[in-house]
Structures are given as structure tokens and as C-alpha cells.
Design a protein around this ligand. Sequence first.
Ligand SMILES: Nc1nc2c(ncn2[C@@H]2O[C@H](COP(=O)(O)OP(=O)(O)O)[C@@H](O)[C@H]2O)c(=O)[nH]1
Ligand SMILES: [Mg+2]
Length: 267
Amino acid sequence: MNSLDSKPLVEIVIPVYNEEAALEKSVKQLYQFLKQNFPYRWQITIADNASKDRTWEIARQLNLALPEVKVLHLDQKGRGRALRQAWGNSEAEVVAYMDVDLSTGLDALLPLVIPLVEGQNSIAIGSRLAREAQVTRQWKRELISRCYNIMIKAVFLNHFSDAQCGFKAITTKTARQLLPMIENNEWFFDTEMLLLAEHNGMKIHEVAVTWVEDLDSRVHITKTVKEDLKGLWRMRKTFWSGKGQLAATSYAKETNPKITSSVNRAA
Ligand SMILES: Nc1nc2c(ncn2[C@@H]2O[C@H](COP(=O)(O)OP(=O)(O)O)[C@@H](O)[C@H]2O)c(=O)[nH]1
Ligand SMILES: [Mg+2]
């Protein structure tokens, strides 16, 4: 084994839905960044759910052109579903995800993963609501985000500050414990994962990020707010009824039977 093989592997998932415009540029930008700045072994996985545009085709081209880019395709929509599948089957020590628009500055990536690779934390998030964060976004999204996170705090007395930033990492070992407990497969997936983590005594590492909003959004605000409120109520009931504790059961790889294709370079 040479020295490179002995380094930990970090897998960065980019979930995408109808992202033909942004995908190639963002993946190439991330690829260059990792090549130049990243001290660990790394892999990028593009996780597409049911895109109706050329996203999948572009993803396949990137897979053929760039050795460290894998692609994953699922039939059903849902960002949480994509993360569940990619993370649950990962061979990396640490898995992460970031939104394709690269709204979060890549400078935050190493501070996000180092504590996980070094075994100090098992879960880490980017935060736009931390004091040192630098955020440019519409007042409407800022307001919704602040109200949502205040509401979570009021109900759960949690410590994490930003449930929804599209920039998170988790050790694969912890992901395999938490994923089977997470019910949501869409936008509430992130909040549910963080609530379950804290409920089970995990300390969530936070990195203040630089965030520049990309106005091209896949989020339907009213629908997502309803999903989030329903999710919070469900989690509150789960914890009240004494559920939500990590069981010492092993994690089954078949977390999502809907997967239709998983391609890597060797395939
Ligand atoms: N795999 C997958 N990714 C999705 C889905 N919906 C949104 N995304 C991705 O999630 C990320 C964040 O979406 P975006 O619209 O930028 O959210 P916003 O920044 O909160 O408005 C982007 O990379 C999207 O392509 C989905 O159904 N499946
Ligand atoms: Mg965005």
C-alpha cells in the first residue's frame, strides 16, 4: 500500500435535479479545487433523481472524462433520497454533500471534514446563521430560514444553528446508523438527521460559511414549509414517545430499492 492509499477517502455527493445549466461548470470547479487543495483521497458523486433535462447525459459525460467522478441515478425525486442512497453505499470514511450551485464557498470544505476525518466529531454542517458567516440572499429566504431555525430551537432546544444549509458531512459509520432512522426523503431529511444526531448525544460541528445565493431554485417554498412543519411535529411525537434512540443494529445496504443505475469509472 502506498502513502496515498493509506489516506482516508472523502466522498462528496452533488445531488442534482434538472441542473443541465450548472452541472458541468460546478463539477469541474469542484474537481480543480479538490485536486489542488485537498489533503485526503477524494471522490465526487453526482446523484441525479429523475431529471427531465440533459442532467443525466452531462453527468455520464463527466463520469467518462474525469476519473474521480461517479454517477448515480434514481427514478424518484427527492434530495434526501439521493443522499440516502449515495451515502449508504459509500466506501469512503467520510461522506459529504454540497448543492450544485456552489452557493457555499469551497473554503469551508476542509474545516467541515477535518474534525470528522480526525475522529473528533461524527457530523458537521455549514451554517449561514453562525455569527461569522457571510451571507448574500433574498430577504424572504433569510426570514424563512431564521424563523424555521428559531422554531426548531423553541421545540427541541437543539444546539445546531442552521438545519438547511446545503453543505454537510458525516462519517460513513454514523450515516449507516442514522440513515435507517430517517423517514423523510426530500428537504426535511437534513433536519431529521440533525435532530436524531443530537437526540443521541452527538455533537454537531459547525462551520460558518460564505454563502452567495443562486436564484435558480428547485424549492417550492409553500410546499417545503408544510413538509418541514409536518416533519417537526412528527419528530416531536417520536421523541415524546421515547423513540428515536439509536439501535445497535447493523445497517442494510439496500436502503432504497428504486436505484436504477450506479456507474463508476471501472464499470
Ligand atoms: N438528487 C436530487 N437533487 C435535488 C432534488 N431537488 C433539488 N436538488 C438539488 O439540491 C440542491 C439544492 O437545490 P436548490 O434549488 O439550489 O435549493 P435552494 O438553494 O435552497 O434554493 C441542488 O443541487 C439541486 O439540484 C431532487 O429531487 N433530487
Ligand atoms: Mg441553491
